[in-house]
Ligand binder design. Structure first.
Ligand SMILES: NC(=O)c1ccc[n+]([C@@H]2O[C@H](COP(=O)([O-])OP(=O)(O)OC[C@H]3O[C@@H](n4cnc5c(N)ncnc54)[C@H](O)[C@@H]3O)[C@@H](O)[C@H]2O)c1
Length: 245
């Protein structure tokens, strides 16, 4: 028996990186998954590979009408929505004094407004069937100040705050909202540390290596499943102990 048997889950940014691994794991755990992304070719290919329990919808998470199409696909092709993973995001590093307003707004638009649109569009559909689980991807950059992460850090702290408010307001409808805060993750588009810099980078981390993407999926599956039915409104840090110091 899978941990997500019978559940329908939407995962944004699922054409590559962690989103793609999450989609595969959710299908393996018995879920029907709607994968969304800007990258139509890669997303369509992955959904076809995952079989009849996966569908791909091209989506820009900042677009309200795109969200309507995604919700429509999940509720008509499958029979409703039980889980939402707001995973799509953009990332870059830049010293705080070198950021410009257009870039700050772009980061906030994708990472924060995109996440908020998902919560806003999906939560009422979950409530109609008695509840569901929303998981928003933040970062350890949403738990502390990391140099040169002004725009990204601001966006991931905002995702954390938004999620707390949503958990408080949506809990009475049966909708749980949690955040995942990964540290450095191996093999993703966002974080590719050159081999020669790794030892130094992880020297002071209790588990001295980056996370495997599957390790983030493991925590995600728990938060989407009924195993976490009393868990809402919290930050789930998964960073090999990086932020214990
Ligand atoms: N990789 C890391 O080390 C790390 C660490 C902490 C947190 N995170 C968070 O985990 C999540 C996944 O990270 P990743 O490294 O797998 O990312 P990635 O860059 O590999 O993939 C992100 C996906 O989002 C899609 N996307 C970007 N803008 C979009 C938009 N406007 N609409 C729809 N899709 C869009 C991209 O096409 C891409 O497929 C992100 O929220 C990221 O902030 C990553």
């Amino acid at each position: 028996m899978g941990q997500l048997d019978g559940k329908t889950i939407i995962i944004t940014g699922a054409a590559q990186g962690m989103g793609a691994v999450h989609a595969r794991r959710c299908v393996e755990e018995g879920a029907r998954v709607v994968l969304t992304d800007l990258q139509a070719e890669a997303g369509t290919k992955l959904a076809a590979e995952l079989g009849g329990n996966a569908r791909f919808v091209e989506q820009d998470v900042t677009s309200e009408s795109d969200w309507d199409a995604v919700v429509d696909e999940a509720t008509t092709h499958f029979d409703g929505i039980d889980g939402l993973v707001n995973n799509a995001a953009i990332w870059w590093t830049k010293p705080v004094l070198e950021e410009d307003a257009a870039n700050m707004l772009k980061m906030l638009e994708v990472n924060v407004i995109g996440t908020w649109q998902g919560v806003r569009k999906v939560a009422p559909k979950m409530a109609e069937r008695g509840g569901g689980s929303i998981v928003n991807l933040s970062s350890i950059a949403g738990t502390r100040g990391i140099p040169e992460h002004a725009a990204y850090g601001a966006s991931k702290w905002a995702v954390r705050g938004l999620s707390k408010v949503a958990a408080g307001e949506l809990g009475p409808m049966g909708v749980r909202v949690n955040t995942i805060h990964p540290g450095a993750v191996e093999g993703t588009g966002m974080f590719l540390v050159p081999e020669e810099e790794r030892a130094e980078m992880f020297a002071t981390q209790p588990l001295p290596r980056p996370a495997r993407r599957q390790e983030i999926s493991g925590l995600l599956i728990f938060l989407l499943s009924d195993q976490s039915s009393y868990v809402t409104g919290h930050e789930h840090v998964i960073d090999g102990g990086r932020t214990v110091w």
